[in-house]
Design a protein around this ligand. Structure first.
Ligand SMILES: Nc1nc2c([nH]c(=O)n2[C@H]2C[C@H](O)[C@@H](COP(=O)(O)OP(=O)(O)OP(=O)(O)O)O2)c(=O)[nH]1
Ligand SMILES: [Mg+2]
Length: 138
């Protein structure tokens, strides 16, 4: 029997960067990408053989131009969401410390948002439970 490739589980790591005022960074997905125009937590796919924290550190360098150390990444909650063509498994880390200033290298916009205001920004359906956890626990 052949496995249905459309049911593959994709591991994506993401982070809620939190600034000194308790605001969370979200980033707008650019045109041409899946889920374009929606706001997301920065991050991306874990490559084969890559540790999740290393993948997140790499993605934050590529996407935002900041340096984060693994010891500053706190595992928080995760999303498990069935999209039509794949199943998304996405741990969300918290991070309050980084080096450098965030720049939108791959996104069309960035926003620092109070947790209770995150629901005002359209995000992928997988993110709804994460937003609720941030609002309730931060
Ligand atoms: N980074 C991120 N991805 C999310 C979120 N919510 C959500 O459904 N996703 C989905 C969108 C994509 O299908 C997948 C992550 O893909 P991505 O486009 O960010 O991956 P990547 O940074 O490695 O970029 P690429 O090289 O594959 O283009 O996870 C979120 O909050 N943050
Ligand atoms: Mg990404």
């Amino acid at each position: 029997m052949t496995a249905d490739p459309s049911l593959r589980t994709v591991l994506v790591v993401a982070v809620a960067l939190i600034d000194v005022d308790g605001r969370v960074l979200i980033a707008k997905r650019p045109e041409g990408k899946q889920l374009a125009g929606l706001w997301e937590f920065p991050g991306g796919k874990v490559e084969p053989g890559e540790r999740p924290e290393a993948a997140l550190i790499r993605e934050l360098r590529e996407e935002l131009g900041i340096e984060v150390s693994a010891s500053c990444l706190s595992p928080f909650v995760f999303a498990s969401h069935a999209y039509d063509d794949f199943h998304l498994l996405m741990p969300l880390y918290l991070c309050r410390r980084w080096e450098g200033t965030v720049v939108a290298r791959e996104h069309s916009a960035l926003a620092w948002v109070r947790p209770e205001k995150l629901a005002d920004y359209p995000m992928p359906p997988a993110d709804d439970p994460l937003v609720a956890w941030l609002r309730d626990l931060l």
